[in-house]
Design a binder for this molecule. Structure first.
Ligand code: GLY
Length: 382
């Protein structure tokens, strides 16, 4: 269903994973219900909240108060903001603090933050005492629609992102959409790229609805809850049928093969947020699909138009300093993509489009075709 909700009632999305099933609670001010939900789920549990300095400033006291109202003891573990915390040193700090806080097997870790905090806290919970349950309280749009759902947790190695990790599903996700009101617009838009991705990869009606309602999603009207719930339902359905990414879950990587290479080439810096890389990557995947005759060029153009209208970068040339710094090199980008997804005998795995709403996993894409396509895009050809 694609009509916006008329009420501000919380929406529950079920992630159907058998004995590891869990609910995603989505709505304005649902953070206030965190304590009672945890008390119902795990009576008597103590909690440790892992968050970063910036999120702590805005939301930690409110989270602690919600837990205290339900009689739940909590301790706080605060890491520095940013990707730098998601490494071995950050993991050691958090793990030692969890042990010092006496978090035991029946207790809960609460991840309060964006993707970095969720991945780090989830992984620390996965390995603490051989596994402690955790609750995700995502505070960015990207975390609410993607990283807090599905159980991918981990840290970065000096050799690459997310190379150390575990599948560890949360026992509850509480996504308070009012928290997004204070998110900087650029970060909100970057998260929006992942929302649009669900329409592009599997739900043409949702994509059409986004074209008509994106302004209300940004403003914080009821369309926001509907967009987040629809995104979570789409992700939950894919995760439920392929938790460990042996098949369909790879569809969620639409736009990510190109996107990751662009993030790597800009040093995973603020020059290109993850979602911005995904937006450009999605347009490239659509245009590449069109160049192979798989999708109508007008559909690729429609995807580009929508993302641009939302204010996202959609072309390689939109990345600040990209051309001047000599990064605009198709062979360098190909080398980065090969590292990410592994070229096997000159063939790459890509998520391509047969239509808006119909993505496919293409496991035998000729690397030479991708290189020629990128070369043409870098030269500014259409
Ligand atoms: N973010 C992609 C996935 O969870 O599989």
């Amino acid at each position: 269903m694609t009509a916006p909700l008329k009420t501000s009632d919380a929406i529950t999305v079920d992630v159907a994973l058998g004995d590891r099933a869990y609910d995603i609670i989505i709505g304005r001010d649902v953070l206030g219900s965190l304590g009672e939900r945890i008390a119902a789920l795990r009576p008597g549990a103590r909690t440790a909240i892992i968050t970063d300095r910036n999120v702590a400033r805005h939301w930690l006291e409110r989270t602690e108060a919600a837990l205290a109202r339900a009689g739940i003891a909590s301790s706080r573990i605060i890491v520095e903001e940013g990707e730098g915390s998601k490494g071995y040193a950050g993991l050691e700090k958090v793990s030692e603090a969890l042990i010092a806080a006496k978090i035991e097997r029946n207790d809960l870790v609460v991840a309060l933050g964006g993707g970095v905090v969720g991945d780090l806290a989830g992984f620390a919970a996965a390995i603490l005492r051989r596994g402690v349950d955790f609750v995700q309280v995502p505070t960015t749009l990207l975390a609410q629609v993607d990283s807090s759902v599905g159980g991918k947790t981990g840290i970065n190695s000096p050799q690459g992102k997310n190379l150390i990790g575990a599948f560890h599903q949360p026992v509850l996700v509480v996504a308070d959409t009012a928290v997004l009101d204070t998110l900087p617009l650029r970060q909100f838009r970057a998260g929006y790229a992942e929302v649009a991705k669900y329409g592009v990869l599997g739900d043409a009606a949702f994509f059409g609805w986004l074209e008509a309602n994106h302004a209300d999603i940004v403003k914080g009207g009821p369309a926001r809850e509907h967009a987040i719930a629809t995104s979570c339902r789409a992700k939950a359905a894919i995760v439920a049928r392929d938790e460990r990414e042996t098949g369909d879950r790879a569809l969620l990587n639409l736009g990510h093969t190109f996107g990751h290479a662009l993030e790597a080439t800009t040093g995973f810096s603020d020059r290109l947020f993850h979602g911005e890389g995904v937006a450009i990557g999605m347009v490239l995947a659509a245009e590449f699909s069109a160049s192979l005759g798989m999708i109508a060029p007008s559909d690729a153009a429609r995807i580009e138009r929508h993302l641009a209208e939302v204010g996202l970068p959609t072309h390689l040339q939109d990345i600040a300093g990209f051309a001047q710094e000599g990064l605009a090199d198709a062979d360098a980008l190909m080398a980065l993509m090969a590292q990410d997804k592994k070229v096997r005998r000159g063939k790459l795995t890509f998520i391509l489009l047969e239509a808006i709403g119909r993505a496919v996993i293409a496991r035998d894409v000729d690397a030479a075709l991708v290189r020629d396509f990128l070369g043409a895009r870098l030269a500014g050809d259409k």
